[in-house]
Ligand binder design. Sequence first.
Ligand SMILES: C[S@@+](CC[C@H](N)C(=O)[O-])C[C@H]1O[C@@H](n2cnc3c(N)ncnc32)[C@H](O)[C@@H]1O
Length: 289
Amino acid sequence: MKAWEAWNGPLGRHWADHHERYDAMLAPFDTALFEAAAIGVADRVLDIGCGSGGTSREAARLARRGRVTGVDVSGPLVERARALTGPAHGHVTFELGDAQVHPFTPGGYDVAISRGGVMFFSDHVAAFTHIGEALRPGGRLVFVCPRPASSGGEEREALMLLASLAGGDHAVDTSVARSMASLSDPERTRSLLDAAGFEDVSAVPVSAATRWGEDAADAVDFFVSRTQGPPVTDRTRAAMTDVFRPYETPEGVLLRAGVWVVSAGRPHRAAAASARTSGGRPPAGWRAR
Ligand SMILES: C[S@@+](CC[C@H](N)C(=O)[O-])C[C@H]1O[C@@H](n2cnc3c(N)ncnc32)[C@H](O)[C@@H]1O
């Protein structure tokens, strides 16, 4: 299944219906994302794969004299983003489109951000090249993407256990699951961005607790609702509840997860890019660990 189909099907509708929960799960990474993006008050910001628009609205708060464009391939999510964005955010617009080929104004943005929206491209070099062309010379791209399963995150471990308990009928679409990990290797991400003409690439690991629900039972309901399989048995539900139970806290079910915050710059001059790509060495700003 292509990303477009998945995000315009049950998956996209689930994200739209549960936007508050997804937003709360991802919000712990916002500080690192926005610190790296360093959005200025008059910046023109592009939010790639903006979903229900939480990060677009935060960007608009920072770029209060600029403007923000959120682009997303999912009809249900763009509709939800528009509905959630009131008149106080008059300088935010949402566009339905595939960021890989969307007709952005060339050089029309100072900064492009993405909280988990750039992993699903079918051709990352082509997509990042296209996004780079939407940035002004000297503009920057900053995005958050998952770190690999081996980074020992509690979230990843719990999700794997839950998936095996739920069985194949309850698996999230495998092509989406594969895409989620497409930028987990920072060396590969660097070479993709390098090939797309970016410079000064850095990838900083960030860990945070993601909130899955009020309590273990609520987290199980949410987990099961994400999939299309038949109702789970009481026995399976009880086993799933046991998976979440150790992570119950007064603030809800919290699972530690790891992401990369990746930053890259569009060269001030095209010549800078070609000089850099011929070097073969990681650029000075590279800090993958
Ligand atoms: C993991 S969700 C993150 C949503 C949002 N950034 C957030 O933090 O809540 C991934 C988003 O990327 C969008 N997406 C996937 N492929 C895309 C593409 N090629 N162009 C634009 N959006 C895309 C999906 O529709 C979805 O909204």
